[in-house]
Design a protein. Structure first.
Length: 302
């Protein structure tokens, strides 16, 4: 929907801005044989990989897929296993498509910029095409080529050749960047066309379903917030003798040292039976202990 398009556009814009800042403050080609390729590819690939992982991690569908142990598919016949596989594949493709926005934007922008590519492959340019340095050895030629991204290290007699090589590599990098953009745009367009063709819903029905899913998730989140707050309030009331925000509180409960120790510390989910968990130490205490102990009456007008 529109929200997905806007979110992807924001991610792409932030990635472009981050790439420009990243390049300005951190990129400095070593201009040394054997190091240029590693350095250039690291700046091209590692941020893209990190952005891809972050894209997966920030998508709620990823964790719903990973943590969804039980579903209605497990209670039906094996004939519906194909449907389950199709659903998983569809969700994976959707998650991957969203996760690829940032890394593809990074790769496209860096290739169009050209600096990383020039640094990575400068020493592999066939210098003999330019009829320069014909009498040097192959290792010396590679050393000279490796200095081309750093103009101050290039011998004066190689300045013209260096400019021609830089132009060639920038051309290759920018063409690769635009080809990457074209491939991604075509792939996304064809994917939407394919999804529309195989969808059992009509256009308006699909829009209704999309709107329903968004509204259901929004309402579920609101109910989750309210339900968990009310549930937690019961345990807090049992521990302190009153609920936060209560008016005309007549008395408060004074927890004992043992009770303070019982709810303090670190705790993870604790399974209490086949269907339920304790969410915290206070939750565990409230379910197991009686709310007896010392109470203190307080004045209505403090």
């Amino acid at each position: 929907g529109k929200e997905v398009i806007i979110a992807n556009a924001i991610i792409a814009i932030l990635t472009i801005g981050g790439q420009q800042l990243f390049s300005f403050f951190t990129f400095s080609c070593p201009c040394h044989v054997g190091q240029n390729l590693i350095y250039g590819l690291a700046f091209l690939g590692v941020p893209a990989l990190i952005l891809l992982i972050v894209g997966y991690a920030l998508n709620n569908q990823t964790w719903r897929l990973v943590m969804g142990k039980g579903s209605h598919f497990e209670r039906v016949t094996s004939s519906n296993q194909l449907l389950k596989c199709k659903l998983v594949c569809f969700v994976l493709c959707s998650i991957t498509g969203r996760a690829l926005v940032a890394p593809v934007t990074w790769l496209a922008v860096t290739l169009i910029n050209g600096s990383y590519y020039i640094c990575a492959v400068s020493e592999y340019v066939p210098l003999y095409y330019y009829e320069a340095a014909p009498n040097v050895t192959a290792s010396e030629r590679s050393r000279i080529l490796a200095t081309f991204p750093c103009s101050q290290l290039v011998p004066p007699e190689m300045t013209r050749v260096r400019d021609e090589v830089i132009l060639l590599l920038r051309y290759q990098s920018q063409v690769a960047g635009w080809l990457l953009i074209a491939v991604v745009v075509i792939t996304v367009f064809l994917s939407y066309c394919l999804a529309s063709c195989v969808s059992p819903l009509s256009f308006l029905h699909f829009r209704y379903w999309s709107s329903y899913v968004d509204n259901e998730q929004e309402l579920f989140d609101e109910a989750t917030e309210q339900h968990s707050r009310l549930y937690a309030m019961q345990h807090v009331r049992k521990f302190f003798g009153f609920a936060p925000g209560s008016e005309n509180v007549k008395e408060i409960r004074i927890p004992s040292l043992r009770e303070w120790q019982a709810i303090s510390g670190l705790a993870f989910l604790k399974r209490v039976d086949e269907e339920h968990y304790d969410y915290s130490l206070l939750h565990d205490w409230a379910l197991k202990e009686r709310a007896s102990g010392k109470y203190l009456r307080i004045d209505e007008d403090p």
